[in-house]
Design a protein. Structure first.
Length: 273
């Protein structure tokens, strides 16, 4: 697999991943384009630069772990994992079809290379903290990264887990909030405002980093800061754009869970050349 710290190369991979996400969801005629597109640079930077992992040895004991808690954004996870060599790229367009390994939420029964089945919102951060704590007990260098939706942050379990990790000083876990401002029914600020979000994480004993979630060099710097932080877990608040990269999808709640039409696919792909 390609490993690179070159922001230009990571940006090129990100554009390719966006095209694949659009194609997959259009072919499936269902899915979640908005939140998949907002998380692209987060996953690309992690998988191709930051994380310690090996597609040839996917259950390597000391690998870093990745959990997509907002499991409905799985098209970007599948696309990135296929690009890395974990799963077949030529089957990506079977997304959500019967018998496909690429189900509508990540499912280890179909893809054993996944760390967990996810999509029941609120639970991923608990899984990630458990894995990180186990690594500390095993004296393993493994770190765990978990991507959360901002609508998901309205779940109570998130904050119970956050309280535990802060108290236990689980400093090898990074909770990444894909803070794109939109959830299923509209804008988060109108449904249940999360602000002051950074102060909430700090109150639970976390080190907080705020970053433009589409700025690859800024993400690289943020992940490096997280790795060098000891005694506290890190919450990375990534300010992102729902539907990023496709003009008519950006900041549009309609595309939280609506697949593009064939005409919209054509328009989107024309913007992602």
């Amino acid at each position: 697999m390609l490993k690179t710290s070159d922001p230009t190369e990571l940006a090129a991979i990100s554009k390719k991943m966006r095209r694949q996400v659009i194609e997959m969801i259009t072919e499936a005629k269902s899915g979640h384009p908005g939140g998949s597109l907002s998380a692209v640079e987060l996953l690309v930077t992690l998988y191709f630069d930051v994380m310690r992992h090996d597609p040839a040895n996917p259950k390597w004991k000391d690998r870093d772990r990745f959990i997509l808690s907002k499991g409905h954004a799985c098209p970007i996870l599948y696309s990135v994992m296929a690009e890395c060599g974990y799963c077949p790229a030529d089957q990506l367009n079977t997304l959500r079809k019967l018998g496909s390994i690429y189900q509508g939420h990540p499912d280890v029964r179909f893809m054993p290379v996944l760390e967990a089945s996810t999509g029941s919102l609120g639970q991923g951060v608990s899984l990630a903290i458990g894995m990180a704590l186990a690594a500390k007990l095993d004296k393993s260098p493994s770190r765990t990264y978990v991507v959360l939706g901002d609508g998901e942050l309205q779940e109570g379990q998130i904050w119970e887990a956050a309280m535990f990790a802060g108290f236990r000083k689980v400093d090898n876990v990074v909770a990444i909030a894909d803070n794109n401002g939109i959830q299923l029914d509209g804008f988060t600020k109108d449904i249940m405002d999360l602000e002051p979000l950074a102060d909430k994480w700090r109150a639970f004993g976390w080190h907080v980093i705020e970053v433009n979630g589409h700025d690859i060099p800024a993400l690289q710097k943020a992940f490096a800061e997280a790795s060098s932080t000891s005694g506290k877990p890190t919450a990375l608040i990534a300010h992102t754009v729902k539907g990023k990269g496709v003009s008519f999808m950006e900041n549009n709640p309609k595309y939280h869970g609506q697949a593009p039409t064939l005409d919209e696919e054509k328009r989107a792909l024309a913007e992602l050349v």
